[in-house]
Design a protein around this ligand. Structure first.
Ligand SMILES: [Zn+2]
Length: 453
């Protein structure tokens, strides 16, 4: 059965360009620095020229910034003069951002959640979608999964799950691709037990999962002393992978974690190779910049905002798009020999950064170190309401705990003191004990949120 499934899957892929693109990506990953740079510049120039000729929003911008010269040549040295693209601009300029040749393209609408919850719509085309698929195949190959190998997805997007339930076509597609989907959106103890049974029976080569969900499942397995099938790899995505999470997941599943970074707007941007020394940017499909607070390009090791230009979506080019994540370049090169730029780590959402009463920016991840190791806490979320108010939502491990304020007063006082040390002595810290902490609509779980901007 497995042989035929694989065969049908490959036949399907052959109907489009996915396998061709996959082959190209496989070759491109071994280009040397010079060849990679040349090809990247060529692909970036092609996109810019297309945007100039076919996208009203970019026509003036590219001329004014000097990227397109009077002779319609591309001058990449002016690339950094192109103003950043934001979700707000996409919302406002939606019509102007459409390419005027959409009639000749197979395109579709896609949606992503905004930072304030309101979704933003954008257009992608078939070529983009096929490139995105090819990137996934390469990332899978890095993590020991070949085309058609069994995969379990512990996935949480409401939209994806809805699509999965609604159409038979999607279900058949998953069957052919040898994928099994588990709903990561809300995981009760009962559901987690079921999931472990599914994993043990299906024996996937790879598990693809939301960081938070697979971490949750790993903790559950360990706490209940259950046994679980060990896949060849676990690919994590959609969330910040903290070192303690990686350790727990790898220990419980007895396998390696490969972290991937992507978004709905531009697809998968970067992924770890078998050496796990950072995330390689897919440099011929994505042009990535990291920008410091003062607007200049970040050097390796310096934290900044990640800005992405998708090189494959001509239907609605996203050029210098502020994706809303912070990150930094790795200082060295990866031992694998691939020279594609290396992101050391993605440090979370821009809104994960807090601002204390002295105006200093605080990396929200610090709060995790105050909370994650405490046994009585199942889930938590730290929310900055204003300069002097922090709310800590806590979901208890033992649901019957009466009066947690008294029972865990020592821990809570410690947490309070730690937070005040970072945020300032005048900061008020309030605890709220809740039944559940829900992920965002996209299924991503957020540990820290600052509402101060
Ligand atoms: Zn590598």
């Amino acid at each position: 059965m497995s042989f035929w499934k694989r065969w049908i899957y490959k036949q399907r892929l052959k109907q489009g360009n996915v396998l061709n693109y996959f082959e190209q990506l496989q070759k491109w990953q071994w280009l040397d620095q010079k060849a990679l740079k040349q090809l990247q510049e060529k692909r970036l120039s092609n996109l810019l020229l297309h945007a100039y000729r076919h996208v009203p929003y970019y026509r003036e911008i590219l001329k004014e910034s000097g990227v397109i010269t009077s002779k319609e040549q591309v001058n990449l040295s002016s690339f950094e003069k192109i103003p950043f693209l934001t979700k707000d601009i996409i919302r406002k300029e939606f019509e102007q951002l459409k390419s005027d040749d959409l009639n000749n393209r197979e395109w579709y609408l896609n949606t992503s959640g905004g930072s304030t919850g309101e979704p933003v719509q954008f257009i992608q085309d078939k070529e983009y979608s096929e490139w995105s698929h090819a990137i996934k195949l390469l990332d899978d190959q890095w993590s020991n999964r070949e085309i058609g190998d069994k995969q379990i997805r512990l996935w949480g997007s409401e939209r994806d799950l809805l699509v999965g339930q609604e159409t038979t076509k999607v279900r058949i597609g998953r069957y052919i691709r040898n994928e099994r989907w588990l709903n990561a959106f809300r995981m009760t103890s009962e559901q987690m037990k079921e999931y472990i049974e599914v994993i043990n029976k299906f024996k996937p080569i790879q598990i693809l999962a939301y960081v938070e969900s697979i971490f949750e499942l790993a903790k559950f397995i360990e706490q209940n002393k259950l046994t679980v099938h060990s896949p060849k790899s676990i690919m994590t995505s959609a969330g910040t992978l903290y070192p303690y999470m990686r350790e727990t997941i790898e220990r419980v599943f007895q396998t390696k974690v490969f972290n991937r970074y992507g978004s709905r707007e531009v697809g998968d941007i970067a992924c770890e190779c078998e050496h796990h020394q950072g995330l390689h940017v897919s440099a011929l499909t994505h042009y990535v910049e990291i920008i410091k607070e003062n607007g200049t390009l970040a050097q390796p090791g310096e934290i900044g905002e990640i800005v992405v230009t998708s090189l494959t979506n001509y239907a609605m080019p996203l050029i210098r798009y502020r994706i809303g994540d912070m990150g930094k370049w790795a200082k060295g090169e990866c031992d694998c020999g691939r020279v594609m730029p290396l992101i050391e780590e993605v440090n979370g959402r821009v809104t994960d950064f807090f601002i204390n009463s002295y105006g200093k920016k605080i990396d929200g991840r610090i709060f995790n170190t105050f909370l994650w190791h405490r046994d009585f806490i199942k889930k938590y979320q730290v929310i900055q309401k204003n300069y002097n108010l922090i709310i800590v939502k806590i979901m208890l491990n033992n649901e019957e705990s009466v009066n947690p304020e008294i029972k865990f007063s020592n821990d809570l006082n410690n947490i309070k003191e730690d937070i005040r040390q970072v945020m300032g002595e005048s900061c008020i810290v309030k605890f709220e004990f809740v039944d559940d902490i829900h992920p965002t609509a996209s299924g991503k779980y957020r540990y820290t949120i600052s509402e101060v901007r």
